[in-house]
Ligand binder design. Structure first.
Ligand SMILES: [Zn+2]
Length: 80
């Protein structure tokens, strides 16, 4: 086995842990607003890590209307 392979696995693991931690914190303060039905929802952390992301808007499936759309990041009502 090549020497860099275990290092690559470790690095991938660290990146995933960081991504999960950031997502976890984000979920505490932010919700997403669906672009199709305007309803607010909170996706599961893993699902949002692997979805497309672009400057605070994401292309994910809305659990309320089951349609994929660009969603906006909105501050949770309780944190306002
Ligand atoms: Zn929707």
């Amino acid at each position: 086995m090549q020497e860099y392979v275990p290092k690559l696995i470790t690095l991938t693991f660290i990146v995933l842990v960081f991504a999960y931690a950031i997502q976890f914190l984000k979920r505490r303060y932010f919700d997403y607003q669906c672009g199709k039905c305007d309803r607010i929802f909170n996706p599961r952390a893993w699902g949002s890590i692997f979805s497309l992301q672009l400057m605070g808007i994401r292309y994910i499936k809305c659990p309320k209307c089951n349609k994929r759309s660009w969603v906006k990041l909105v501050l949770k009502e309780s944190k306002k």
